[in-house]
Design a protein around this ligand. Sequence first.
Ligand code: GSH
Length: 231
Amino acid sequence: MLLLYDLDDPLRLGTTLNHPGNNMLHSEKIFTMLNYKLTYFNMRGRGEIIRYLFAYSGIKYEDNRIEWADWPNIKPTIPFGKVPILEIDGVIIHQSLAIARYLAKENGVAGKTPLEQALVDAIVDTIDDFMSMFPWAEKDHDVKKRAFNDLLTNVAPGLLQDLENFLGNKNWLVGESVTWADFYWDVCSTTLLSLKSDLEDSNPKLWVLKRRVQALPAVAAWIQQRPKTSL
Ligand SMILES: N[C@@H](CCC(=O)N[C@@H](CS)C(=O)NCC(=O)O)C(=O)O
């Protein structure tokens, strides 16, 4: 087992990794900073929740944005052949929500108790279920347009109402402080609004929450500085 520390803040244990193939029977402390490298396309998409968590935590990372033209050569080199992936000192995590949950736990925004964490996960999965219904990679323009219109017009309002009911009069979706469920709402609703801006005409509490998330200084700074992409 390797215990890894942040040199900038030695009191903060960065993380503990069981390195595959590591036969050491004892613990060895290595005083080093973790190297984080996020690999994704040059878009917000499934990478953005991870970038939010890095922005919020202030942890430095490499934001490796690959070009679509290079993807066919890169894909076979990536475990499971999909991005985003996060490399942490050579250990690769795949699946955007697994990566985000890991960073959320490390940085105190996963929910304060196991119950809160379950509620956070449930909200994230609910939003993700909906975002996954969109046929993002559909090649036929008309088929894609029809499916998007249907989801945005007929399915989104019900989801937004359910989310607003869940939020009620609270400041944050779960618990007394911001969690990555609030970040995920902000990230995904930005995409939904880019596709159908009048979604903002209903469910005002959800849009107040969105502004609350975007007013967090670290989030505001990231939104200001991030590359501008349509999705
Ligand atoms: N459930 C996975 C989905 C990963 C995924 O489908 N990634 C897409 C980009 S958003 C991808 O790698 N597409 C290229 C390909 O499948 O070749 C996650 O959340 O990470």
